[in-house]
Design a protein around this ligand. Structure first.
Ligand SMILES: Cc1cc2nc3c(=O)[nH]c(=O)nc-3n(C[C@H](O)[C@H](O)[C@H](O)COP(=O)(O)OP(=O)(O)OC[C@H]3O[C@@H](n4cnc5c(N)ncnc54)[C@H](O)[C@@H]3O)c2cc1C
Length: 384
């Protein structure tokens, strides 16, 4: 029998899961190639811990070389072009042609969209930046830290709030909290609006209880030394600045004609197929409308990238092996919100159900923090 070629683009959360599941289930009946520019799989949910010195970089990354033993051919190169019609992918040195293409390229950051961002803003949206911001935090003794979100959409709606809570806890433990003002700014109307007003109110209460000042509906226009300027004319002073960088679809995705007016890849939400047959997109690179939701599009989160990878992998394997039952994505997912002091809250929901999404909020507790630690352990061990 002919070996089918499956090309997985991106070795982050979605791509790693999809490549692993397909390779293990096909056992030689297909050839799985994973293309990823980085030598390592890195686990972003641990970056907030990296920021406060609770993790070292080696604890939150794994060499993708290990996937060879799982029958996955890893190519550590940049993807430069995708032809979704022909299912051909160009990398820095080669051209690959597949029967199935799974696009899991996530989001890239475009700090050039905001004047001053590259000069003054820091973040934890990639591993090196998280280490760098952590160094600045560890030397900070007094003044104002502005923490916020520059543009929507961005990945992990809870992450910037985790940053605020963990910084509050970190400086409290160092005995420096009374010297430090924490100011949170966001273009959103409420905290984590995707999970609805009731949970947003709980997060707002948590911010208030920690003395973290919350400023909503502020869209960042420009950053100057020690001053943020917003589109409505307001300004905010700072001594240290955290800002989620503006996100966009990776350039080869934009150039491939895969995106729509949202700037991201639309998919058939049941099976994550793009408008091109046997070309799938999963995770942050997609835009999934939530017609009954609290916000117009599904949030970008690893938990969705993972469950979507499982659906696509199952259906790709099924279509190769002749299985007819199609798996459909259920739109369910949950996310931790680290609140400091060894505690975490947990928010979960069914995001696609009518008449409105069903959401649940688990109050901060040690149990949810332990669950997040287990979540990390799973990702650092299970696929390698
Ligand atoms: C600080 C932080 C905390 C988070 N916490 C959580 C959490 O607690 N729970 C949760 O569910 N989610 C969390 N997330 C979000 C989660 O990390 C993402 O939603 C998830 O990684 C998306 O998976 P993905 O496969 O779509 O993209 P990614 O995991 O980003 O993978 C995309 C991969 O594609 C590669 N790539 C991109 N372009 C190219 C190219 N041209 N050539 C070659 N390779 C390329 C990238 O290097 C990357 O490895 C967090 C994110 C951050 C930043």
């Amino acid at each position: 029998m002919d070996q089918k070629e499956i090309i997985v683009l991106g070795g982050g959360i979605g791509g790693l899961a999809a490549a692993n599941i397909i390779a293990s289930r096909l056992k030689g009946r297909g050839k799985v190639t994973l293309v990823e520019r980085k030598q390592y799989f890195q686990f972003p949910p641990s970056y907030p811990w990296l920021m406060i010195g609770k993790r070292k970089p080696d604890q939150v990354q794994k060499d993708l070389k290990a996937l060879k033993e799982k029958g996955i051919n890893v190519i550590n190169e940049d993807i430069t072009a995708i032809d979704p019609e022909k299912k051909v992918v160009k990398t820095t040195t080669s051209e690959l042609s597949g029967d199935f293409v799974i696009i899991a390229l996530g989001a890239q950051y475009n700090s050039g969209l905001i004047p001053g961002f590259s000069d003054y803003a820091h973040h934890i949206y990639d591993l090196d930046s998280a280490v760098e911001f952590g160094n600045l935090v560890s030397n900070f003794t007094h003044g104002t830290i502005a923490i916020g979100i520059s543009r929507l959409p961005f990945k992990c709606p809870a992450a910037p709030y985790e940053v605020a809570f963990l910084l509050d806890d970190y400086f409290t433990k160092k005995g420096l909290r009374s010297n430090i003002k924490l100011e949170f700014y966001t273009p959103e109307p409420t905290p984590v609006p995707s999970v609805g007003p009731e949970i947003a109110a709980k997060v707002l209460d948590l911010l208030k209880a920690r003395g973290i000042n919350y400023h909503s509906r502020l869209k960042l226009k420009e950053i100057n030394k020690n001053e943020l300027l917003f589109e409505n004319g307001e300004s905010m002073g700072y001594d240290l600045l955290f800002s989620v960088p503006p996100h966009e679809a990776p350039i080869p995705v934009q150039k491939a004609g895969l995106t729509d007016s949202s700037g991201w890849i639309p998919v058939d939400v049941r099976n994550m197929e793009t408008k091109f047959p046997q070309v799938f997109a999963i995770g942050d690179v997609t835009s999934i409308p939530t017609p009954n939701g609290f916000v117009p599009f599904l949030s970008k989160a690893g938990v969705f990238a993972h469950s979507q990878a499982e659906v696509v992998a199952d259906n790709v394997v099924g279509s190769i092996t002749g299985k007819t039952k199609i798996k459909e994505w259920d739109g369910k997912g949950g996310c931790f919100l680290e609140t400091g002091n060894g505690k975490s809250a947990f928010m979960e929901g069914e995001f696609l159900v009518a008449p409105k999404p069903v959401m649940e909020f688990k109050e901060p507790g040690k149990i949810w923090h332990m669950q997040k630690v287990l979540f990390e352990k799973y990702w650092m061990r299970h696929w390698f």
